[in-house]
Write a protein that binds this ligand. Structure first.
Ligand code: G1P
Length: 275
């Protein structure tokens, strides 16, 4: 089945960036001139996805306005030298549809994804966490690579990266067996949300890109609160992994943790020097 839709959980408060995120969604913080969420949408479009499903919350109206036409602004700059600056976002708006639903309570990433069911329905879909900014230069983007993996294995796919062992407490960590003939694809048999380094089975961390099969919604409905008292997507995926239905893919490219100040600055410098 083709992946047609991409879900963006975007309801979180972004407390690490206060006061910047007091009245501005963290997904709207720019790397150079482009908001984080626009980088994510462009990655999805490059992967052939044009239906964006965004789970928002209170105070996130700016995201909806960003993916819409601003008539006042358009008429102000029409014909002038600044008009060019809107060309990329105009193209996205013309190619894609954007639908929104609100997460009323903050109960974790798994709960946010379940909230998006109404926009996704019964089909496999991609998930992008916009604060993980990914790039592979001019080569295939991370989501595009993951869709190829999905097409081959027809089950859920998580993107992974090796992290220093002392940082496992920040991520979902997987354990698995390399698939025969590949050095970048693992069949997952264990996953733990944010383990202490001493309990982590490996240093292979899930980053904010997923392809999920739609049975995940029923699993999420029955998933109990886990780490931090939240409904964790990692726990729901573990249910699929028990039936060999999760692949971990070591992607090609770079990923910046723009949910942290260090990662945000690193991404800014990288894009400044490479664009
Ligand atoms: C979430 C997931 C975690 C994953 C991470 C990737 O955590 O729960 O498993 O490794 O995203 O960015 P968060 O960063 O939202 O706390």
């Amino acid at each position: 089945m083709k992946i047609r839709k991409c879900l963006f959980p975007a309801a979180g408060y972004g407390t690490r960036f206060l006061p910047a995120t007091k009245a501005t969604p963290k997904e709207m913080l720019p790397i150079l001139t482009k908001p984080l969420i626009q980088h994510g949408v462009e990655e999805a479009v490059e992967a052939g996805i044009y239906t964006m499903a965004i789970v928002t919350g209170r105070g996130k109206r700016a995201i909806e306005d960003h993916f819409d036409i601003s008539y006042e602004l358009e008429s102000q700059i029409k014909g002038g030298s600044k008009e060019e600056l809107l060309s990329e976002i105009r193209l996205l708006i013309s190619k894609c549809t954007f639908s929104y639903t609100r997460q009323i309570e903050m109960r974790g990433l798994g709960h946010a994804i379940l909230t998006g069911e109404t926009l996704i329905g019964d089909e496999p879909f991609a998930v992008v966490l916009a604060d993980d900014l990914c790039t592979n230069g001019d080569s295939d983007g991370i989501l595009k690579q993951m869709i190829e993996v999905f097409n081959r294995y027809q089950c859920s796919v998580v993107a992974i990266e090796e992290v220093p062992k002392e940082e496992t407490f920040k991520y979902g960590i997987i354990d698995g067996d390399l698939v025969y003939g590949r050095d970048d694809v693992y069949r997952v048999h264990n996953m733990i949300e944010k383990p202490n380094p001493k309990d982590a089975p490996t240093n292979m961390a899930i980053i904010g890109r997923y392809i999920l099969t739609p049975d995940i919604f029923d699993i999420l409905r029955n998933t109990k609160e886990g780490k931090g008292g939240e409904i964790q997507i990692t726990d729901a995926l573990m249910e699929q992994a028990k039936h060999d239905r999760v692949i971990a893919y070591k992607f090609k490219g770079k990923r910046f943790d723009c949910g942290s100040i260090d990662g945000f600055v690193e991404a800014t410098n990288y894009f400044y020097n490479n664009s």
